[in-house]
Write a protein that binds this ligand. Sequence first.
Ligand SMILES: NC(=O)c1ccc[n+]([C@@H]2O[C@H](COP(=O)([O-])OP(=O)(O)OC[C@H]3O[C@@H](n4cnc5c(N)ncnc54)[C@H](O)[C@@H]3O)[C@@H](O)[C@H]2O)c1
Length: 317
Amino acid sequence: MKLLLTGGAGYIGSHVAALAEREGHSVTIVDDLSTGIANRIPRPVVDINLASTESVERLSRLMRETEFDAVIHLAARKQVGQSVEIPEQYFLDNIGGLANLLLAMREHDVKKLVFSSSAATYGMPTLDLVDEDYPGVPINPYGQTKLAGEWMVKNAAAWGLRGVNLRYFNVAGSESKKLADTAELNLIPIAIAQLKRGEQPIVFGTDYPTPDGSCIRDYVHVEDLAKAHLMAVGYLDRPVQEFATFNVGTGQGASVLEVLEELREASGIEFEEVLADRRPGDPPRLVANTNRIEKMLGFKASFGLKEIVKSAWDAAN
Ligand SMILES: NC(=O)c1ccc[n+]([C@@H]2O[C@H](COP(=O)([O-])OP(=O)(O)OC[C@H]3O[C@@H](n4cnc5c(N)ncnc54)[C@H](O)[C@@H]3O)[C@@H](O)[C@H]2O)c1
């Protein structure tokens, strides 16, 4: 298949690109390298800022040159805290970028899209295992841009788009050093970076209503997530798509303290974590109900927390 992949120089995108190429697909990457790293991928990217005014024309040129079978759209800003500080920029990049992409796809009759959404669309869910029909209300501009993006994908069915929204839970791990998550934005890369600097990892909140008092999340290995994208492209080939939105997680929760215990083992460093107050806006528990993706796409995560943390540690060292 000929795939157009946006955000392919990013942490997740580079794993999707590597897997797609191993599976024999031809992959064209569009990325403005704002947070991406060029040497994660073997060849130059097409440098387009999707949110820029000229992007529809530049994407159109690309689509005239190559008849893409499907688009996988990952390019976006993803920092929750930053989205609160500069919400306009998040709406411009995440929603404007997707709108430009859809305009070009519509013009060139490219009718299959996998969209990178997030569990941030759920806000503060009260279910133990949150399913796709849960009426979540995002609690920050980042989550809002992802939910609005899902609506855009669904609305484009009016002109024949077949779209899938993949709601990623907590993505971590790496297939290699080259593709490691180098941004210190999520628990595992933050804690690894702290250990490497000789600092102690910090636990924000130890009085949540969870067994050990720290927050619980669903950690999914980035290689499993990459696989889900290609399965989603396959799903779009079926004559009928019953669902447009899928959780991508493991269905297993792990607390911050459990993750740090795995990190103690993977690193061999006997650190003491620093216990700190809660941060605003952290749901106590966010774990995926994975029934839909298992049933409809045949997706089941193959890596657990141990492999995730070990691969992240190995990739960073
Ligand atoms: N990492 C996670 O845990 C997580 C969880 C849920 C959803 N997501 C989503 O997954 C996607 C990829 O995340 P990631 O962790 O790989 O982040 P990343 O920052 O490593 O990758 C994003 C890529 O998109 C590119 N990009 C950003 N804005 C662009 C624009 N306007 N035009 C062209 N390229 C642009 C960046 O240069 C980068 O290469 C994002 O959409 C993110 O919101 C990530």
